[in-house]
Write a protein that binds this ligand. Structure first.
Ligand code: G6P
Length: 358
């Protein structure tokens, strides 16, 4: 991986564009896309001995945990909980004897995440670290490690590490599903096929940059913004709001679409952009009716989805891997809003790439 910007104006933009390659590389270490099966990674971690997964992290890495909770439950049939490291480490926790704790950290050095990992030593069956730095403190402390291998991430706002964390966690969920007898060979082949499509889907999503930039120009003057989504796209709405806050300084919130009516809808007026992560699926109608409620109150709505005419039309892809599409759209949107506002994209005010103190 090169650590210069190459032809790109910012590291963040380079790192967004690195993603088809970084995802392809990680995919090659976890899956065999010819035999349509998983490779034997994490050989010493046996999910037939695990009944519960707890995922712990900070910031963007926490949203990777959030989406992975659903993958563990749906694919592996395993109970999964998530927690923010700075809360988890100080909370009275009830551990299960056959519990796996997974901590996720790009740097592998975040103080709260490392402390959480150390805290559970001896209280759970196993501890897995998902990191981007194989020599980091978290990698050294954990019993098992997945290195997402996405190369150095220089921009403070996490991009390729986030999609790498998601792919790593999705792969661990697949491994868990196989070892717990939840996935047969044919089902595994179809899941691996979904993974195999990711590099192409990431490239097709990055190709939407021109359209995303147009939408960004319209959002840039706003003081606040709201992202909504359901299911796997709810954590993507949270991550999109975080990205926008981090680099454009627009106050943004992500909500589960069904929660809008329980408070946030009071904020809607014509100055409030609402970005709807409108993914296909059985709940699409409900998300659309939430969007219609916003429009009826004068809010400005942009749909992001495969059949989002007038909004941002995304490539067709399997539901399971849609979060990767939304993650990339969110990154490009935040980037182009920041560019329009002239903020410091790679070094946003008050933020550090890695928070090694409390
Ligand atoms: C900082 C960074 C975020 C990152 C978080 C967790 O706040 O600015 O981008 O998500 O730390 O970092 P980690 O290295 O543990 O993933």
């Amino acid at each position: 991986w090169s650590v210069d910007k190459g032809p790109y104006r910012h590291f963040m933009l380079k790192e967004i564009h690195d993603q088809p390659q970084s995802i392809a590389r990680l995919l090659a270490s976890v899956a065999d896309t010819h035999a349509m099966t998983m490779k034997p990674f994490l050989p010493d971690l046996d999910f037939s001995k695990i009944d519960k997964v707890t995922l712990v992290a900070c910031g963007t890495a926490y949203y990777a945990c959030h989406v992975a909770k659903t993958w563990f439950e749906e694919i592996a049939g395993i109970s999964a909980e998530i927690d923010i490291a700075s809360e988890y480490r100080y909370r009275k926790r009830i551990h299960a004897p056959r519990e796996l704790v997974i901590v996720v950290s790009q740097s592998g050095e975040t103080a709260d995440t490392l402390a959480a990992l150390k805290d559970v030593r001896g209280h759970v069956a196993a501890r897995l670290g998902v990191v981007n730095v194989a020599t980091s403190s978290i990698a050294r402390e954990a019993d098992h490690v997945v290195d997402i291998e996405v190369g150095p991430e220089i921009g403070v706002a996490s991009t390729k590490a986030f999609t790498g964390q998601m792919l790593a966690l999705l792969s661990v969920a697949l491994k868990a599903g196989v070892e717990r007898g939840q996935i047969d060979k044919a089902h595994l082949a179809s899941l691996v096929q979904d993974l195999a499509s990711l590099p192409r889907i990431m490239s097709e999503t990055i190709a939407l940059e021109g359209r995303v930039s147009e939408v960004a120009q319209e959002i840039a003057p706003a003081r606040d913004a709201i992202f909504i989504g359901r299911g796997l796209q709810y954590p993507m709405a949270l991550e999109a709001a975080l990205k926008l806050k981090e680099i454009s300084y627009i106050h943004a919130d992500g909500y589960a679409a069904g929660e809008l009516k329980h408070g946030p809808i009071a904020l809607i007026d014509r100055d409030m952009p609402v970005i709807v992560f409108d993914s296909a699926g059985p709940l699409q109608g409900k998300t659309r009716s939430n969007a219609a409620e916003v429009a009826a109150r004068g809010g400005r709505v942009w749909h992001v989805g495969h059949d989002a005419k007038g909004g941002i039309q995304t490539p067709e892809c399997p539901d399971r891997v849609l979060p990767f599409v939304y993650a990339v759209v969110a990154q490009m949107l935040a980037y182009h809003v920041a560019l329009a506002k002239g903020t410091d994209v790679d070094q946003p005010r008050n933020l550090a790439k890695s928070v090694t103190v409390e």
